[in-house]
Design a protein around this ligand. Sequence first.
Ligand code: FES
Length: 184
Amino acid sequence: MANEGNKANESCIRPDDPRYKELKAYIDSVRDQEGINIMVLQEAQRLFGYVPLEVQKWISFELDDVSVGELYGISTFYSQFNLTKQGKHKISVCLGTACYVKGAQAIVEALEQQLEIEVGGISDDGMFSLEATRCLGCCSLAPVMMIDDDVYAKLYDTNQIPEILEKYYLETELEDEMESEVGA
Ligand code: FES
């Protein structure tokens, strides 16, 4: 369930955000193409990291004849779209039956404790968002956790979680170092 009390999860895209300008330029470049609705939503997600209702309303206005309902329908149908702000890395813990009976709830609790958030929240440093999902389609690997596209199978031992998360912190550190070297 979404953690509505989590401030980091609140939408905070200002109407004068310069990314709207970029999105407008993109819309103008694809205006006559087929499948424009999904393309524009994808671009919006690339720019903002998620497509909250306020962005969908803006797109609807820009596209003239596309209703917010249509855009909302697309954004909730395809799992690639996030309607709420996400962390840099998205953690999904499967709470489908097979995973649940094999202890997935303990994974959720360990993550909540370690990241000091609840399901639906984002860690204070913006690194991780946590969500519970339905069956991921790999029940023989239960209990399963995913971080972005990485699958962590048969995760019975929740003591492994700090080490797993550490890997993403290290990767980010490395990326930041490389970026600062390139920029130097
Ligand atoms: S129940 Fe978790 S992968 Fe199917």
